[in-house]
Design a binder for this molecule. Structure first.
Ligand SMILES: Cc1cc2nc3c(=O)[nH]c(=O)nc-3n(C[C@H](O)[C@H](O)[C@H](O)COP(=O)(O)OP(=O)(O)OC[C@H]3O[C@@H](n4cnc5c(N)ncnc54)[C@H](O)[C@@H]3O)c2cc1C
Length: 324
């Protein structure tokens, strides 16, 4: 679905895909059945907007450095204090999946818990969203939590999941990365079409610019990129549906598809010529909108690091097993 809808506008997809994707995914992978029944229908129907609040001013690529804390109050409540930044839908969300450190002695990924925090909770506020490069229809902002009193029943997955919130975040993101890769393929498909329409309509030197081999190269390269990314995304999604661990492949999908989409958007601007640089041109809009794909849900550098680490580990394990 991401591949289809994002051909129109990435922000249109973000409006509902954020809800049914990243904002719901923590509940899907780890929520209790009561939590799922209560929240997922509201998120899926769009009655409620959700968001996934992990990133903080000092915890971006290293999300385990988060400083938001949740301190127990008796056995039934927690007090959450912290500040989240760059959170998609924060300004309009009614439900926030907030990641906070519950074991204050622990470091890194240990001792983090995911909480469901409702709009209206005293101490929770969301300043006006940021102005940004693209995706203007998708509000993104901060979440401020000042001593928010949250029941223990709002821990994603219940108290059995106390201190295991980082695992929840990673499981949610793992699937989400395949979604996001699909989201990168859609605009690229659209842009190849737009390039062809423009290049065949636009005449210079007495002939359509599509007749020039240097323009054809941009179209051919872009369409090849689209096909490679789509095949990778679909194969990885199928493997995941068949129950395989696709952690590394999901990273590859996100890396390849987001970089591919950036290359295609750049070529589209080039094929449009000066018009591609003028506001409200389709290539100009997608060029700005898709730039985000290389940044969120793991930057390209972070995915490269992950893929390298897993590739080395996989080959070392195989070599050892074959040698044994
Ligand atoms: C519009 C938008 C929407 C977002 N939505 C959400 C959301 O809904 N929820 C949420 O929790 N977060 C969200 N984010 C945050 C996003 O996930 C982070 O911005 C991203 O993870 C990068 O973190 P950072 O911005 O702090 O960059 P930094 O981590 O400071 O990275 C800066 C640079 O250093 C590089 N770098 C960092 N570490 C390494 C390393 N180990 N090796 C090599 N290079 C490295 C990075 O690749 C990058 O180039 C959103 C961001 C944006 C811009």
């Amino acid at each position: 679905m991401n591949i289809e809808v994002s051909q129109g506008a990435t922000t249109f997809r973000a409006r509902f895909g954020g809800n049914t994707g990243i904002a719901s995914e923590s509940l899907v992978v780890d929520g209790t059945s009561e939590q799922r029944q209560r929240w997922l229908p509201l998120l899926a129907s769009g009655e409620l907007t959700g968001c996934f609040a992990l990133t903080e001013p000092e915890a971006g690529s290293d999300a385990t450095a988060l400083a938001t804390v949740a301190v127990p109050e008796g056995s039934d409540f927690y007090r959450i204090t912290g500040r989240k930044c760059y959170i998609t839908n924060a300004p309009i969300a009614g439900l926030f999946t907030v990641f906070a450190r519950t074991d204050l002695q622990s470091k890194g990924s240990a001792g983090i818990t995911a909480f469901l925090v409702e709009r209206g909770t005293p101490g929770l506020s969301t300043p006006p969203g940021y102005r940004k490069l693209g995706q203007h229809g998708s509000p993104v902002g901060e979440v401020v939590l000042e001593d928010c009193r949250i029941p223990a029943s709002a821990i994603v997955g219940g108290e059995a999941n106390l201190h295991h919130g980082f695992r929840t975040a990673m499981r949610a993101l793992n699937k989400q990365r395949i979604n996001l890769a699909g989201l990168c393929v859609g605009p690229a498909i659209r842009l190849v079409e737009e390039m062809v329409w423009r290049a065949t309509a636009r005449k210079q030197f007495g002939q359509p610019v599509a007749d020039f081999q240097l323009v054809q190269q941009m179209i051919a390269q872009s369409n090849t990129d689209v096909h490679a990314a789509r095949a990778l995304v679909l194969e990885t999604a199928r493997k995941r549906d068949d129950g395989h661990d696709v952690t590394m492949e999901a990273s590859m999908c996100k890396l390849f598809a987001s970089e591919m989409c950036g290359r295609v958007a750049d070529s589209a601007v080039q094929v449009f010529g000066g018009g591609g640089y003028i506001s409200d041109n389709v290539a100009e809009r997608f060029y700005r909108d898709v730039r985000l794909f290389r940044l969120y849900e793991g930057t390209s550098q972070i995915h490269l690091v992950n893929i390298a680490r897993r590739t080395v580990a996989q080959i070392q394990a195989r070599t050892k097993a074959e040698g044994a």
